[in-house]
Design a protein around this ligand. Structure first.
Ligand code: NAD
Ligand code: GLY
Length: 360
């Protein structure tokens, strides 16, 4: 088991990464000073796989728990779903000190986190991420949100958890496509900030995809450490934290143009390559490193070719989504593997050029 403290003054918290933590949760909650009456928010997929493990440990150790189920899927990350949860919390007569345990992927983490942030102006939150994406990214850093029909992820808050308990063993049941989805964010960290991590990924991607235990632990812990380091410096995303959006500018446009049929990680992989190509055209990045990125993305079973989307659809989604200043959109560009920067130098015509020549 490895531990890391994310230091944010009185909002500091511990991130614990290890195996079979669900079976040790009672002790971890005790150590975090959380009370013994808790509410678990999860979905039926997770409940079926891990409900028994959670219940056995917690009930055996004297916890009183209620479990609230939300149907599976991104479509549940709404104010309507939050409202149903508020009502159930009221029915349970929860108090302001009752911890909410968000057990699941990023959808549950964001929704349950949003509910914890807002119900009674804030209940203690524990993130228990069960997808690779949630373990390396969404459970850390305190961004919680819901979507509306046309606005994704913008109705939210910065609300730090009291504890993140990352049980790597839960990844054993994660479908391969979801695993690759999370690998996109792992590759992102390596490109923006850590060239040695990138080399580690190149050397170990095959083992990682086979979910080799020591490799998984290393990759999750290193990713969490990178993200925590960035959040500590810029919790409210006013500067440095923006670099975590590497691959997300084009990525979000691809997701939205495909009507969310292309997964987030797949779209981010394409977005990272697009940013690499733009940086190359601006003379700020080199072809060999762009190619290394492409090879690693393909090794992670993520796409390097643009799927069946016209560049015009992507461009339209991009210009609809992003603020354009003087014909320019803000991008995070790689300078070299291990170093990225925020740029306002990308013109719409450069974006068009890269997107229209994508698969050539
Ligand atoms: P998800 O939560 O929908 O999970 C993907 C699928 O895997 C679901 O069907 C889920 O039920 C299933 N699943 C989860 N754990 C499992 C396990 N251990 N075994 C088997 N199946 C399992 O998707 P996600 O990719 O984890 O998260 C995506 C969401 O995260 C998006 O809403 C995105 O906006 C959000 N996000 C938030 C942040 C943040 O900082 N808050 C960062 C990145 C992404
Ligand atoms: N996932 C981006 C962030 O947490 O800032």
């Amino acid at each position: 088991m490895r531990k890391l403290k994310l230091k944010l003054g009185i909002h500091s918290y511990e991130i614990v990464v290890g195996w079979n933590l669900l079976q040790q949760l009672a002790r971890l909650l005790d150590e975090a000073g959380l009370r013994h009456e808790i509410v678990i928010i999860t979905n039926p997929v997770i409940e079926r796989l891990y409900g028994d493990a959670l219940n056995q440990n917690l009930i055996h150790e004297g916890f009183k728990l209620s479990t609230l189920l939300v149907p599976d899927g991104e479509a549940q990350k709404t104010l309507a779903a939050a409202e149903q949860l508020y009502q159930k919390l009221a029915d349970l007569r929860v108090e302001r000190s009752t911890p909410i345990l968000a057990v699941g992927g990023g959808v549950i983490g964001d929704l349950a986190g949003f509910v914890a942030a807002t119900y009674m102006r804030g209940l203690p939150l524990v993130q228990i991420p069960t997808t690779l994406l949630a373990q390396v990214d969404s459970s850390v850093g305190g961004k919680v949100a819901v979507d509306s029909a046309t606005i994704k992820n913008k109705i939210g808050a910065f609300y730090q958890p009291k504890l993140v308990a990352t049980d790597i063993a839960t990844l054993q049941t994660l479908p391969a496509v979801e695993f690759s989805n999370g690998l996109a964010e792992v590759i992102k960290y390596a490109v923006i900030i850590d060239k040695f991590f990138f080399t580690y990924l190149e050397e170990n991607m095959e083992k990682l995809r086979a979910r080799d235990e020591s490799c998984l632990e290393e990759v999750i812990f290193r990713s969490v450490k990178i993200k925590a380091g960035i959040v500590e410096k810029d919790e409210k995303d006013t500067g440095l934290r923006n670099i975590l959006n590497f691959g997300h500018t084009i990525g979000h446009a691809v997701e939205s143009a495909s009507d969310f049929k292309i997964r987030h990680g797949e779209a981010v992989a394409l977005g990272m390559l697009a940013a690499g190509k733009m940086s190359l055209k601006l003379g700020l990045f080199n072809e060999e490193e762009l190619n290394r990125m492409k090879v690693l993305i393909q090794m992670a079973e993520l796409p390097a070719r643009m799927p069946d989307l016209s560049f015009a659809q992507v461009l339209q989604a991009l210009t609809h989504d992003k603020k354009i200043h003087n014909g320019r959109i803000r991008f995070v560009l790689p300078k070299s593997i291990g170093e990225a920067f925020i740029s306002d130098e990308v013109s719409l015509s450069l974006v068009e050029e890269v997107l229209s020549n994508w698969n050539e």
